[in-house]
Design a protein around this ligand. Sequence first.
Ligand code: M6R
Length: 360
Amino acid sequence: GKGEYDHYMLKEIYEQPTSLAQAIEGRVDSDSGEINLEDFPPGTFDDVDRVQFVACGTSYHAALYGSLALNQAGIQSQALLANEYSVSAPPVDENTLVIAVTQSGETADTLSALRQAQDEGAQTVTVTNVVGSTAARVADESLLIRAGPEIGVAATKTFSSQAVMLTLLGQRISADVSGDPAFDLESVLADLENLPEQFETVLAGSSAAEIAHQYEDSRSYFFIGRGLGFPVALEGALKFKEITYEHAEGFASGELKHGPLALVTPDTPVFAVFTGTEDEKTLKNAEEAQTRGAPVIAVCPDGHPATQVADAHLEIPDADSELAGLLANVQLQLVSYHAAELLDRPIDKPRNLAKSVTVE
Ligand code: M6R
């Protein structure tokens, strides 16, 4: 049951320190700098030269996260919407690895992209939360995120676990493909081991409820981020619209000035996610919105330059840029939750939506 929580969504947000610890348990050893991914020992991806991720919704945002991390490591990789795959898939061959990211393992769009990739000869992997799900059975191999059951229609704890598992899988892929780990492996692994505790810190000290209250009468909610902050901005907006029924949109920070800025007024708060990647540019983009009257809420560590400029602050602990976005995402999950609560929405079961979308 929901226990002490009013909604499954809140319970699942608060479960993240545990679900993340479960995800990495036995898989990460920062002392030896080793990762152990069961069916994916070193060398598994020796003959891979390109990676495609296919997914929908929140899982697509996690896929984008994983794909950007691979790109940063010099691996050719793309995150693709599974529902666009049949009309726009880039070519694949036996050296292409197609990774289906799906919490339920039952999303029709994702399954059909996976099957198409397989028919065309790609190698396939599913990253899922459900043992024995269709996607797990269809793909050549699967990797479990071990988040435990997620009841709320809005995906929360599964997003963080997907992103973490894709980061780990990305390490294995890039080590196999290029001979180099994607990042400084020992430091990433140490950061991963600290992540559950940092999630705890965010959850214990969040001012998201006050922020939600402060901006509750706004017209539209914008979320911006760059690099790994971009998928977090998209995810922040998806969560917000899904459970509050208010208009929300996520943008790459640099895109704001290419159109969306026309929408910006004092009634459009801008949540700016800072992950340590070109933060000065994102800050400039946020200031451009602020000049048009929009309140800026900076999601960043204490003492960050953005806190000098922003109208409000959602604090995250200092973390490497590979993981900072996941901490920012927790703050955004909480803002959405509290905003939906103020509006008295049926948070666990938003209208018109199903937990698992089994039609194309
Ligand atoms: O089970 P899946 O991860 O394949 O589901 C994909 C999307 O339907 C899902 O993430 C959806 O966007 C969530 N309700 C968002 O909170």
